[in-house]
Design a protein around this ligand. Structure first.
Ligand code: ADP
Ligand code: MG
Ligand code: ZN
Length: 649
């Protein structure tokens, strides 16, 4: 049933009332939206529905709207029974609308009137008997863009463009009413009003719609927000919603910012947590208690988002003060329990972020848990310009900013924010408003990769791609590198990258896991074979070539029985984490053995494909990006001079 037909419940007199007051009309739309899924109520059966109108400026107008809704009866409703519906408001200062005082009296009316609609500001304001007796407790939605368009046309004002309506959506009815009455309503008015959208419990900062970038993930975010609203009004079940979401991607791509902005867009509170925060006191017991209290708090505030930042550190034993693997296992298990304690967490969505999805405990990512995985990429040239403009605080000279942004390949959102901050500082010093000239001035110097380093990077990446294609001829891989770059930070930026566009499915065999290790070693192997020695570039941190290869080999030996021993040492779920010295010596030797074997295999492949590696590296140095088709063509042109045993498949 759409809003026009719910208005159709009203008689002419009631309709006139609504028509005279845009605020009442909007409140009626919101109440209608919340109540229209209440089938018992609509059939005139005794029902108690509670509407939670958190942060509403004025409950009276909603009360009036609710009265109109429940008293206005659908055509054909038996008039002779003269049902009296009841609307009751619970304000922190109680103002009872029922004949006698006392909260129990409200329930005594149950059954005598077809409907009791209760308006309250918070769930915690509800008397417990009422909360228990209620057929539904629903968050009162705020006016949507469609409501705003309808109100405008009801007022006989010029229609407004959809994006202006979108900006106005979510505002309080009391604030919207006078704005909608304006004859010339511009998007500027909308934008000003937007900045007043009242904040709910925990969320602060911009809404996702206000943020630049995120082009690939915004459509998903919008549909999530829509589903969430449907769940809040009871039109779909919470089970139909994504339970948990993992945001993964390189640092500075705005994952943390995104989670907050998403919560803001959805209008629900966000409870931010991370292992580091839970961990503050250092003892396992305190950590587990802090974790449980995060979820407890979410349960009180639901619907709510629990945001777990840096999820990969969840199983990082090196950060615990204890000395056995039981610590890590307990932390992971306890988090699983919190996430699975679903009965009580209908309205709780878990959003997690990580820079290293490979290092996240697999068990956390299974369906029903953090099941949806959203990749956040570095911004492209257009998005970079938008992000710069955003942090600069609007500038009209677009073209120049765009030119600058085009050159900032591989800059993350956080790099751009830093640049904009620096530009604003320069502008302030010169008592000017920040513009492209200040950005240009703030740019760090352009650095050029020394020729030798560039050669090494090109060779390394080509090694990955060539080994991958030698092992799996149809494989689609692209390689890229940067010869020139600007950076603020003292660490060199990522200089080269090989991306595989067709990752294999997840049922892995010994052979496929070995092949993955082998291609990870392809880079270092190419450095050794072609340049005589390897660099430190493949090891170092989490997510490095060595780290990833070691993870795979550890799983093979300790979880999948693919080593010499069939004994099961640890769940694959847990081998993704840092064992420190915990792995048994025999298993460790086997892991070493697998790594050594695959490293020599990678070297052998590189040796037999020297021509291809050199040709690809040459192309890469020249063009900085070689697409999968060209990579394949180069490999075909430079066939191996000696066919390897066991590498054809
Ligand atoms: P991550 O969690 O992925 O490491 P953050 O969310 O911490 O990244 O982002 C760091 C900063 O970078 C943000 O506070 C913001 O200033 C800036 N930033 C990143 N992405 C964007 C974006 N799309 N729009 C505007 N600012 C961004
Ligand atoms: Mg972050
Ligand atoms: Zn590498």
């Amino acid at each position: 049933m759409g809003k026009s037909s719910s208005v159709g419940w009203l008689d002419a007199d009631q309709f006139r009332k609504i028509r005279q007051s845009p605020a009442l009309f909007l409140a009626y739309c919101c109440v209608g939206r919340a109540l229209r899924s209440q089938h018992l109520l609509r059939r005139g059966r005794p029902t108690i529905v509670v509407l939670i109108a958190e942060a509403a400026m004025n409950l009276d107008i909603h009360e009036k709207a609710a009265e109109l809704f429940v008293i206005g009866r659908p055509p054909g409703w038996d008039d002779t029974r003269k049902p009296k519906a009841l609307v009751h408001v619970i304000e922190p200062e109680p103002r009872h609308r029922i004949p006698t005082q006392g909260k129990n009296d409200l329930l005594r009316c149950y059954g005598k009137v077809p409907a009791i609609v209760v308006l309250a500001r918070h769930r915690k304001d509800l008397p417990i008997e009422l909360a228990a007796a209620a057929d539904a407790i629903i968050d009162l939605p705020r006016p949507s863009a469609a409501h705003i368009v309808a109100a405008r046309s009801l007022l006989g004002r010029k229609p407004i463009p959809p994006d202006t309506a979108e900006l106005l959506a979510g505002n309080d009815v009391v604030m919207l009413a006078p704005v909608l009455t304006k004859f010339g309503l511009t998007s500027e008015h909308a934008r000003i009003l937007r900045s007043f959208v009242p904040h709910t419990a925990a969320d602060d900062g911009p809404s996702l719609e206000q943020l630049p970038g995120y082009r690939d993930v915004k459509p998903w975010a919008r549909s999530f927000a829509k589903d969430l609203e449907l769940a809040r009004t009871g039109e779909i079940g919470w089970v139909d919603l994504d339970r948990g979401i993992l945001l993964h991607g390189p640092p500075g791509t705005g994952k943390t910012l995104f989670a907050r902005a998403l919560a803001k867009m959805c209008g629900i509170p966000l409870i931010a947590a991370s292992v580091a925060k839970w961990q503050a006191k250092g003892h396992l017991g305190d950590l587990l208690a802090a974790m449980r209290s995060t979820f407890e708090r979410a349960r009180e505030l639901q619907p709510a988002i629990v945001f777990l930042d840096e999820l990969d550190s969840i199983g990082d034993r090196t950060k615990f003060s204890g000395h056995n693997i039981g610590y890590q296992t307990q932390v992971v298990n306890s988090l699983l329990e919190c996430i699975d304690g679903i009965d009580g967490r209908q309205g709780i969505v878990v959003i997690a972020a990580t820079n290293f999805p490979e290092a996240v405990d697999r068990a956390l990512l299974r369906s029903g848990r953090i099941e949806r995985h959203v990749r956040m990429d570095l911004p492209d040239a257009d998005e970079r310009a938008e992000i710069l403009r955003f942090h600069l605080g609007a500038t009209d000279d677009d073209r120049e900013l765009r030119t600058i942004a085009t050159d900032l390949k591989a800059w993350s959102g956080s790099d751009l924010e830093k640049l904009a901050r620096e530009a604003r500082r320069l502008a302030r010093a010169a008592r000017q408003s920040a513009g492209p000239a200040h950005v240009a001035e703030a740019l760090p110097p352009l650095q050029t990769l020394p020729a030798q380093t560039a050669r090494r990077v090109a060779t390394h990446e080509s090694g990955h791609a060539v080994v991958a294609l030698a092992l799996q001829p149809g494989c689609r891989a692209s390689v890229s590198m940067r010869k020139q770059f600007r950076t603020f930070s003292s660490d060199a930026p990522v200089q080269g990258m090989t991306r595989y566009l067709d990752e294999p499915g997840d049922l892995e065999t010994r052979a496929s896991m070995e092949a993955r290790i082998c291609r990870i070693f392809g880079g270092t192997a190419a450095e050794e074979v072609l340049l005589g020695a390897r660099s430190a570039g493949s090891g170092g941190g989490r997510g490095s070539d060595l780290h990833r290869a070691t993870l795979i080999a550890t799983k093979m030996v300790c979880s999948y029985g693919m080593g010499r021993s069939l004994s099961f040492l640890v769940e694959d779920d847990h081998s993704g984490t840092n064992w420190g010295g915990g792995i048994p010596a025999a298993a460790r030797r086997e892991v070493d053995g697998i790594l050594a074997e695959q490293f020599s295999r990678a070297k052998a492949i590189v040796r037999s494909h020297v021509g291809a590696v050199e040709a690809l590296a040459g192309q890469l140095l020249e063009r900085e990006l070689v697409e999968p088709d060209d990579v394949q063509a180069i490999l075909r042109r430079h066939a191996p001079y000696r066919l390897m045993k066991g590498v054809t498949r």
